[in-house]
Ligand binder design. Sequence first.
Ligand code: SF4
Length: 943
Amino acid sequence: MAYSQPSVDLSPQVSDEIRKTTCYMCACRCGINVHMKEGKVAYIEGNRDHPVNRGVLCAKGSAGIMQVNAPSRLRAPLKRVGPRGSGEFEEISWDEALELAVSWLKPIRDDAPEKLAFFTGRDQSQSFTSFWAQGFGTPNYAAHGGFCSVNMAAAGIYTMGGAFWEFGQPDWDRSKLFMIFGVAEDHDSNPIKIGLGKLKKRGAKVIGVNPIRSGYNAIADEWVGITPGTDGLFILALVHCLMKAGQIDLDYLSRFTNAPVLINGDPKSPEFGLLLRDGDGKMLVMDRATAKPMAFDAPGVKPDLAGSLRKAGITHRPVFQHMAERYLSDEYAPEAVADRVGISAERIRHIAGELARVAFDEAFEIDQPWTDFRGERHEKMVGRPVSFHSMRGISAHSNGFQTCRALHVLQIILGSVEVPGGFRFKPPYPKPVEAHPKPHSKVTPGAPLDGPHLGFVHGPEDLVLKPDGSPARIDKAFTWENPMSSHGLMHMVISNAHAGDPYKIDTLFMYMANMSWNSSMNTGGVMEMLTDTDENGDYVIPHIIYSDAYSSEMVAYADLIFPDTTYLERHDCISLLDRPICEADAAADAIRWPVVEPDRDVRGFQSVLCDLGARLGLPNFINEDGSQKWADYGHYIVNHERKPGIGPLAGFRGPEGDKVGRGEVNPDQMNRYIENGGFFVEHIPEEASFYKPWNKAYQDWAVKMGIYDSPQPYLFNLYVEPMRKFQLAAEGHGDRQPPEHLRERIRATMDPLPIWYPPLEDGFADPEEYPIHALTQRPMAMYHSWGTQNAWLRQLHGRNPLYLPTKIWEEKGFSDGDWAEVTSMHGQITVPVALMAALNENTVWTWNAIGKRKGAWALDEGAPEATRGFLLNHLIHELLPARGDGMRWANSDPITGQAAWFDLRVKIEKVPAPVDAAAQPAFPPIKSPVGQGPGKLAWKVGK
Ligand code: SF4
């Protein structure tokens, strides 16, 4: 019998044209093919040629189409007409908007540039925005790293010249054991998923350490539901076990780390605890062959991990001996830490044993000769197939810097960094900490700042203090309160500006940072600070300029709005000077370009800065005749040279477009990128693929690419000497002295070898009263708060219950549909709950940034995000409670200033559902300058 088959067109033509650009629905920067039909975006798919995603597209990426068509998009420049916070604006022209900004900014640039505080959020143009702020002359610039993961970045760079995140990756093709700590699913999304797929295919084991078993942890072979804030203790217990069993890579430690470097052992010396150096400033090691001290990089030197130097009756021991003394101590024995970390001693020993077994028993070799920086030729590369990855979960604690350092020490003693099978850097990393700039803060009215704002301090002499010792920056970065705050402290800006501590500012200028809602601690308090007036009735923060693409909660708190474009309507560069898209085997960068023209009166924020910079006469933004130097951001990307021959993009340089890394400006560069699919890749030679910090071939390649000006080989810093310099100051040495009230804290926390101390909030919140840890994480589907108003994505997470573990659920008698009152030292919320068994038994958590304020984001006031959605931010304060002396410390890591989001402790009670079943606190609706979106979003592209 013959059946008639329906005729189905399985591959309909979905577009007239494909435009290739870079996704920005999260930080991964995947390549995308944007299918266009009659000038409109019809469909988005992954670009199969792109080095980041190889065609893979996630739910966020495909939902970009709804982002570009979101009803909440701002439409024109706005000037506030109602009271601040009301959301009442009038639309004005760009010229009016820019002149208004100039009328505020020009006088302060001429008189006191520090009265501008310019901070940006999750943007990816920080080398450009900092360039603008430098030209303006204010010291008050940073991006959002201080409230995100500066601990991870700073600990990585101080310890090993590179960090996790997009700065490195596991050797996905060779690793056999992969351990992740505190990784939220929104970050590094597609690359990690592709990598996990490779590991699983090869049968490699994945261990997930996280109080919450969701996302990557849900597919881990082994889940370790650790108690929040104790990761450092767990890691140091692993270090203890490995050292005790002798399961460490002694050869690697002696060749490539400062383990053999001698430490000054003279307690009477002002250099006690610093590294011994020769007359040329080179670190000294004991040479195994001659038993004499020699420079660490002398040709033929065989650094001795056990060799001490006895001189003038004093014994100077190497770093390794100090490590052995500390980590072999019973303090770090599994039995001593098990209760606190919530992992049995037996399990800690088992994990340590597995790390050792895979690193050493499954070691392998690659037949690839290479030459190290001492000139020694090696015939093979030795693989240690154990790799790690980590993110904000271990970073956003007040002990996060030391915890991140501890994790790097664990990687290093296993010899598993920059070797086959281990963790690998991506260009422009590795880069020694000394190759990074130091922070600059010298303000000269009417002139640029004396150098880059952010950087890495090497001792008290680099702190950013005024001559009277007071903080030079509004966020108090690089002060005795948080000396190594390499990314600034964005979470303290509004609070300090409102308090006039350390000084008052005139204009707060922010980009893409939802500071009156999900990006601030103490959200209600921040709203009050932003609207507070002085005795004259003037706002305490006189002017607020804000740029965003969408009608976010922060819009209502600004006086002037620069409406930004969406990511498909703009130029961008994903640059080697900033946060590139490199692979461990290749340098790569990429662009965005306007694949659609905006249908509103909006401009890319960076292009607005080009215009504003020229109107203000910033020297790096005008030509000699005073005319505007950069027509727009695209013009800047192609024509700007950071140094001769080095610009934002590394590919297609030189007049012919055939130069890579270094080369003259190529006016056709943007077009060449577009023709190439929006990206550029340059592979690293095979001989240079591993051992990059010490590999002569890599160092030479990096110089050729313009990553370094000269080879920069260096040792990994198991012992971070700059930290000891701060301790010495706290002990009374040197001219620059900390204030008395911080002396003990500096001495205790800035240990040059990783330590663990309890999160600072534990010292205030009585554990009997607040026994529960409370966490948030961004969902895999939503990297930005933008995602929660995306018509497709909000179907995945339209509301966010507070997830409770079985123990608390049963103890308190909760059932489905119940509500809980959650109380911290700072505040109280009432929220819906849900049961989650795969959770640390003393921890509750929820998705971050789902809850919206009524009136914002063009959502219906009855939308679930605005009624049942909620924020934990109301429970967290930017300051810890007053101490006995009346002082209040920032709720931050005392070393880096990283916001300690995850130190939060709470108590929970079951309560009846609030009236209207609305999460509390509920704030009055704000007026949206774009009104409310339609109830139904539907359109047809093409005929
Ligand atoms: S992982 Fe991120 S960059 Fe890649 S497609 Fe998804 S949202 Fe876009």
